[in-house]
Ligand binder design. Structure first.
Ligand code: DX5
Ligand code: ZN
Length: 218
């Protein structure tokens, strides 16, 4: 298992000063920037698209971790790769051919990830582990920041950690939704090694202190 990496979610940042916010969390010790892409159709909210990802790319050196909550996702994969994403993750429910989507992301030079909604079983990713560099477990229903952590997902994280160990591949295991200094240790204990945090970072007065607290609590 890798050391804990912290990926602040831009969704909770001050939208009037996004460039500054990105620079500030990088200075504060963020490992990755998590970018939530929502289409108002796959999830009941709309956020931002590849144009924003591209505009923010020069603001930081850390990897951009793009979480697609859009359906279909396939027509937009190239745009996010060109915008400068390092990681592109999508939900199995976003299209009919997850295997093909993951192949496409890899062919575009990015690291492919699979996102599991609270009700989505681990079996959804079991047969594509060879193409998957990241598995994201949603610990809230996707669409909004600031929701409460769903503890029932901890068992899923632990199962996936065992599946990853058996695969022998270096697959990041990420958690997204309601991650705080109280829930971060539960995620880490279950086997997660990348923690997404929106409110717990951008809602804090001191980003460096918030990121350090998440890392230490985990
Ligand atoms: C929810 C998004 C999350 C969200 C997390 O659909 O995938 O990344 O920003 O926000 P917090 O950390 O506030 O739960
Ligand atoms: Zn997310």
């Amino acid at each position: 298992m890798n050391p804990t990496r912290i990926a602040p979610s831009l969704l909770a940042a001050d939208f009037t000063r996004l460039g500054e916010e990105v620079r500030a969390v990088e200075r504060a010790g963020a490992d990755w920037l998590h970018l939530d892409i929502m289409d108002g159709h796959f999830v009941p909210n709309i956020s931002y698209g590849p144009g924003l990802v591209k505009a923010l790319r020069p603001a930081a050196a850390m990897p951009f971790d793009v979480h697609l909550m859009i359906a279909p996702a396939d027509p937009f994969l190239a745009a996010f790769a060109e915008a400068g994403a390092q990681w592109i993750s999508l939900h199995p429910e976003a299209g009919p051919h997850l295997h093909r989507s993951l192949q496409t992301i890899r062919a575009l030079g990015c690291r492919p990830g699979v996102v599991l909604n609270p009700a989505t079983p681990v079996e959804s990713v079991a047969h594509v582990l060879d193409l998957t560099d990241l598995i994201l477990v949603m610990t809230v229903n996707p669409g909004f920041g600031g929701q409460s952590f769903l503890r029932a997902q901890l068992g899923k994280i632990a199962t996936l950690r065992r599946m990853i160990a058996e695969s022998g591949r270096d697959i990041a295991l990420q958690v997204d939704g309601g991650v705080t200094r109280e829930t971060a240790p539960l995620c880490r204990e279950a086997g997660a090694d990348v923690l997404v945090a929106g409110t717990a970072v951008f809602g804090a007065p001191d980003y460096a202190e918030a990121i350090a607290a998440l890392r230490e609590s985990a």
